[in-house]
Each structure stands twice: as structure tokens, then as C-alpha cells.
Design a protein around this ligand. Structure first.
Ligand SMILES: [Zn+2]
Length: 491
């Protein structure tokens, strides 16, 4: 086996992967894109339907203004240029859950183009182009399980038919499965910040398909690509791409040819399987939708939409690093969601030392959350609680050992820091000078050599005495006070 793995690795290094991603994001509108039916998830099948979204003859679509605003806002957040007049087009294909026989989408004149997303790579930041962002309606859903008679029938639920989507198409700028993962993570984060979607992958609010091909390194021409569809987590997309790249390289190396096709990923086996040959654009017979006028988003409307654009995660991270003196790693953790970043900033502003607040999140909070299997939003200790703890630590009222114990109690009791601190009787470390001096005298008497070194000018030895006194006080002494007394006594 070893030799086969080695040969795969060496073969793989001769090729470079070219990856592009297509992401569908469901917009958080109350009603569908071309009718007033509800978009609510989980309602009984076929209850949120009307002649328009059922595709009955003669029913006419009316465009949802909110869907346009959400799509435009998302496109702006992705640094796209917004087209003044975009055109809806019919994408014709037959599918049981598409009663009209066509999907209303956008084709050669999409809502927005020429955007980009910045991702972090081992060799520094990299810009991935966003080719286009366009509006379209979702199709219905075919059900193969979970109902009576499912063994020999397929059922159709058309509640999802006509739900507004944006499709975000990337340039083939992505060079590794890791970059694809990073792109999707950043994309989701940006969309969540804008608030136009909940990006819930389990409910299908965010779906990603990947196009992947390989070519000999240095070659300009693209290889034949395959499309990996319906992968339901970013981690699985990364795995599916890893598998697919190896498969294509092995195929080419052994004299075979990659066939352009759609492939499905089986996450249990970690393999992709060919499903059907991939349609070309001309197979869809796109033509302008005759039932809808061109969509005009003029400058006045664009300006109005732009006012809804929040500070985006990348810009926010840069500002937070500068404002609070925190590291890039801190900034990534603290901007995970907009709510968390807002909470951190309000806590950091009131705290004596914002950097210490960030440190506590990294060193004392994340590990405890992970151990309990909690997300940061579910933390018993709020950002405000962390700020209060940071201040107590900063002013020397509590020691870091005491803080650790108090945080443990917060997690045990599921209570915030200020409550637990009250319950425990507002503990404080000892400022009792006489007992500290007693400990210090003991330490000095026991370590004449270190005293000599200190007096000879090696001032760093002071830390040794502080450490010894802290140990004797079982961590109860105030380190700042110990520090002062050590210098006083030895000088
Ligand atoms: Zn409807």
C-alpha cells in the first residue's frame, strides 16, 4: 500500500487542481419571490402553495421587493458591481418537483458581477473572484422517505417552490480543498453579517456545489471538470474535493479521461459517484422571461440599500486588532458571529484592559466550552461577565487561580460570572502585609544564594522570591503586593 500512496502523492504534485464554487443561499423573506405564499420551513407538505408557485397555466409572477433588496445587499457585501437593469430568464428543464417545466433565474444579465472574497492562506491573504450573484426561485422537493408508501413511491412537496434564492458563483480561483473550505466559511460569515439569510445548511438555506478539474502544473488550459453536488457540510465538501482530485489524477495518470459529469459524495465511504452527464448551458434553452419586466435597481435605490450594509467581518477584524491590541487569532474567534463581536466590543470598551478580555476568552472560555460541547453563543459566562472577571484580575483583587475556580463554578452551575462571584461572597486575594512578610522572611532565610545574586545586580531573581511566596500563601497573596514587598525588603 505504501508504494501506491507514495505514487499518488508524487503524481498529485505534478497536477494543480482548479476549483470553482456555486453557492445557493435562501433569502430570509417572509413570502416567496413571485407570490405571497409563506416561506416558513417545516410546515405540512403542500400547504404554502398558490397558482403561481404551483405553475398553473395563466398565473403571473409578481416580484418581491424585499428579495431584491436582500440580494442587492448581499452582492454589495461581496464587493460586486450592481447592474442597473438585470433580466430574468427561463431555465428550461424537466424535473418532477418543477411543475412549470422551467425555473425563473437570471442568465446573461445577472443582478451583480465582478465581486471578491478575501481568504487566509498559508502564504497570506488571497482574493477569490465572485463572478456573479443572481436571483432565482427554488424548486420543490422530492421526498423518498418519511411517509406512508415511501418504499415504492416518491412524494412531492411544493412548499419550497418559489422560495427566493441567490446563487453566488466564484471564479475558478480556488487552488486547494482547504481554500474552498476557507472561501465557504468566509462567504457564510459575510452573508450572516448582512442578515439576509440564516445560512442553515440542515434546512437547506445554504447549499454548495463544487466544480473541480486538474491540469498539469504550468498548463493554462483547463482540464475537464466534474461537479460535486448536494454536499451538506463544508467539511464534507473539503473531503469530497480531496477524493475527487485524487481520482482525476489517478485516472489521467493511468491513461484514462475525465468525463464531464455530476457526481454525488457519499460521506460514509468518503467517495464520489457519477450521477449523470452534466448539462451544458445550451441544454437549458435560456430565454428572457416574458412575464417579468427588466429588474431596475437605480442609483437612488442602491444608495438606500447600501445604508443597510454593516461593517463586514474582515474590516471589523482589522479595526479590532488596531483598537484593542488583540491578535489576529483573537479577532477571528471574537468575530465568529456579529452578536458575539458586538458583545465583545461593548465589554472591551468598559473593561480596564481589552486585551485581557480577549485573552480570557481564548485561555479560559473556549476550552471549557469545547469540553461541554457548547457553542460560544451558549456560554454561561457572558462577555460582560468576562469583562468583570478581567477587571478583578487586572486590579489584583483575584488571582488567576481564583479566576479559574470561579469559571469552573460558572460552568457547573450554568450561571454568569457576576452571579457566581456574589454567591461565593466576593472572594479576594490576601492583602495582609504581615503574613506576606512572614512568608518572605522564610524564603529569604532559606535561599541565601539567590539573595546574594539579587544584591549583586541580577534583579530578575525577584521573580523567584515572588513565586516562592505565592506558593507558601497557596495562591492567596496578591502578586502585585508581594512584588512590592520583595523589592522593598531586598533593596
Ligand atoms: Zn405561491
Amino acid at each position: 500500500m505504501a508504494t501506491s500512496i507514495e505514487s499518488t502523492v508524487s503524481a498529485r504534485s505534478k497536477y494543480e487542481p482548479v476549483i470553482g464554487l456555486e453557492v445557493h443561499v435562501q433569502l430570509l423573506t417572509v413570502s416567496k419571490i413571485f407570490c405571497s405564499c409563506s416561506t416558513r420551513f417545516g410546515d405540512p407538505p403542500n400547504t404554502n402553495v398558490c397558482p403561481v408557485c404551483l405553475g398553473l397555466p395563466g398565473a403571473l409572477p409578481v416580484l418581491n421587493r424585499k428579495a431584491v433588496e436582500f440580494a442587492t445587499l448581499a452582492a454589495m457585501a461581496l464587493n460586486c458591481e450592481i447592474r442597473e437593469a438585470s433580466i430574468f430568464a427561463r431555465k428550461n428543464y424537466f424535473y418532477p418537483d418543477l411543475p412549470k417545466g422551467y425555473q425563473i433565474s437570471q442568465y446573461d444579465k445577472p443582478l451583480a458581477e465582478h465581486g471578491s472574497i478575501e481568504i487566509a492562506t498559508p502564504s497570506g491573504p488571497k482574493k477569490i473572484g465572485v463572478t456573479r450573484v443572481h436571483l432565482e426561485e427554488d424548486a420543490g422537493k422530492s421526498l423518498h422517505e418519511g411517509f406512508v408508501g415511501a418504499t415504492d413511491t416518491t412524494a412531492i412537496d411544493l412548499n419550497r417552490s418559489g422560495v427566493p434564492l441567490i446563487e453566488i458563483v466564484s471564479e475558478p480561483d480556488i487552488a486547494t480543498p482547504e481554500e474552498a473550505y476557507e472561501y465557504l466559511t468566509r462567504l457564510k460569515e459575510i452573508i450572516l453579517y448582512t442578515g439576509v439569510s440564516d445560512c442553515n445548511m440542515e434546512e437547506g438555506s445554504l447549499r454548495a456545489d463544487a466544480n473541480v478539474s486538474v491540469r498539469p502544473r504550468g498548463e493554462k488550459k483547463f482540464g475537464t471538470k466534474t461537479e460535486v453536488k448536494n454536499v451538506n457540510s463544508f467539511r464534507f465538501i473539503r473531503e469530497a474535493l480531496e477524493y475527487e482530485i485524487d481520482r482525476q489524477v489517478e485516472l489521467i495518470e493511468s491513461g484514462g479521461k475525465v468525463v464531464q459529469e455530476t457526481r454525488l459524495y457519499n460521506s460514509v465511504e468518503g467517495k464520489t459517484y457519477g450521477m449523470r452527464s452534466k448539462e451544458q448551458a445550451h441544454d437549458y434553452r435560456y430565454f428572457p422571461e416574458p412575464d417579468l419586466l427588466p429588474l431596475v435597481v437605480d442609483e437612488k435605490w442602491r444608495t438606500q440599500i447600501r445604508t443597510g450594509l454593516p461593517e463586514l467581518p474582515e474590516a471589523r477584524r482589522k479595526r479590532m486588532i488596531a483598537n484593542y491590541g488583540i491578535t489576529a487569532g483573537d479577532a477571528y474567534t471574537l468575530t465568529l458571529t456579529k452578536t458575539l463581536a458586538d458583545q465583545f466590543e461593548s465589554a472591551a470598551k468598559s473593561a480596564k484592559n481589552p486585551k485581557r478580555v480577549a485573552n480570557l476568552v481564548q485561555s479560559e472560555l473556549l476550552g471549557r466550552l469545547k469540553a461541554k460541547g457548547l457553542e460560544i453563543e451558549q456560554s454561561p459566562i457572558s462577555m460582560k461577565g468576562i469583562a468583570e472577571a478581567a477587571d478583578l484580575l487586572e486590579t489584583g483583587v483575584i488571582s488567576s487561580k481564583m479566576l479559574k475556580d470561579l469559571f469552573d463554578l460558572c460552568f457547573e452551575r450554568g450561571k454568569d460570572f457576576p452571579d457566581v462571584y456574589e454567591q461565593e461572597g466576593r472572594p479576594a486575594q490576601s492583602r495582609d502585609t504581615s503574613s506576606i512578610e512572614k512568608f518572605l522572611d522564610e524564603v529569604i532565610a532559606a535561599n541565601p544564594k539567590q539573595v546574594e545574586q539579587y544584591r549583586a545586580g541580577k534583579k530578575t531573581v525577584a521573580q523567584f522570591f515572588v513565586g516562592q511566596v505565592m506558593k507558601l500563601s497557596r495562591g492567596q497573596a496578591n502578586p502585585q503586593l508581594v512584588n512590592e514587598l520583595v523589592t522593598k525588603k531586598l533593596d
